[in-house]
Design a protein around this ligand. Structure first.
Ligand SMILES: [Zn+2]
Length: 137
């Protein structure tokens, strides 16, 4: 019963302000698509959102933390427990012995070593090996 309520609350109702021209356009498009205007708007917005997010992906220079290709399960859990802004900072100030300054780690994998989380990857600038240890609490 609890679950049912929560599922219900998950739906968010929003009101959109649009010009009569926009409304007319959407109504006609929805008719062609054979669905209610609200469904059409949501559907289109989600498609656009999907596209945008897909396009944004794998830039070597912007490691998407959420994709986590090569994390072991315990490492992933530890990593995801860290707030996103801190994770981003941890990834962007890794010392590269070759470049002699702080760089962004890319193509990294995560494992647990003892109590620590170990990230091993490549320097975004020289592509040399870099690593970061995140000490266990
Ligand atoms: Zn480097």
């Amino acid at each position: 019963m609890q679950e049912k309520n929560e599922a219900f609350l998950d739906g968010v109702r929003i009101t959109l302000r649009m010009t009569p021209q926009q409304r007319d356009l959407l109504r006609r498009a929805a008719e062609v698509g054979g669905m209610p205007v609200s469904t059409f708007v949501l559907h289109s917005a989600c498609q656009a959102a999907d596209l945008l997010l897909i396009e944004q992906q794998p830039g070597v220079l912007s490691p998407t933390v959420e994709s986590l290709p090569t994390f072991t399960e315990p490492a992933r859990q530890r990593w995801e427990a860290i707030p996103a802004d801190i994770r981003q900072r941890l990834l962007s100030n890794v010392w590269c012995g070759c470049c002699r300054h702080e760089v962004t780690i890319t193509n990294f994998s995560g494992t647990i070593k003892g109590r620590d989380l170990l990230l091993v990857g490549k320097c975004a600038e020289c592509h040399g090996d870099v690593a970061r240890v995140i000490e266990g609490a």
